[in-house]
Design a binder for this molecule. Structure first.
Ligand code: HEM
Length: 132
């Protein structure tokens, strides 16, 4: 055969449908967060259009798409907010529920869960964990 097989691994980002799918997920995710009375207060004075754009760019990187994220680091953006673990868990659940609702494959959701575990310490306020 003269055809060369393309063995380039397809990124999670491409598999779920690229920028449009990430944008849809971010929209639905923040709709859920803002509808949650435990969490909505964090975003009262936040420009949600910017917020959605930043999270979409960060999700794109997490899923193996192009890196165009130019916002603050996670610790810098979240440490001043004093977020307890319980709220972090709730936000993570809204995110994974959103992805499941949109039909994102289970292995991609597993990857997102892994990343959520990896970045927790940057987002959650130091000293508010269960051992504090
Ligand atoms: C892994 C989990 C999370 C990710 C990936 C994430 C991602 C982001 C990103 C990309 C920004 C924008 C940073 C910037 O504008 O420079 C941001 C800001 C923000 N995040 Fe998160 N976030 C996470 C968890 C949380 C949680 C658990 C809460 C609240 C319970 C939260 C509340 C906020 C708020 C209020 C801002 C705006 C801060 C400001 O404008 O001063 N985030 N987040």
């Amino acid at each position: 055969m003269t055809v060369t097989q393309d063995t380039t691994p397809v990124s999670h980002y491409e598999r779920i449908g690229g920028a449009g799918s990430v944008k849809a997920a971010v929209e639905l995710f923040y709709d859920k967060v803002l509808a949650d009375p435990e969490l909505a207060g964090y975003f009262t004075n936040v420009n949600m259009a910017e917020q959605r754009r930043h999270l979409a760019l960060m999700m794109t990187v997490v899923l193996g798409g192009p890196d165009e994220y130019a916002g603050r680091g996670l610790a810098e953006a979240h440490q001043p907010l004093g977020i307890p673990v319980a709220h972090y868990v709730m936000v993570g659940e809204h995110l994974t529920a959103t992805l499941a609702e949109l039909g994102v494959p289970a292995d991609v959701i597993d990857h997102v869960r892994t990343v959520l575990g990896q970045v927790q310490d940057q987002v959650v306020a130091s000293g508010t964990g269960p051992d504090a």
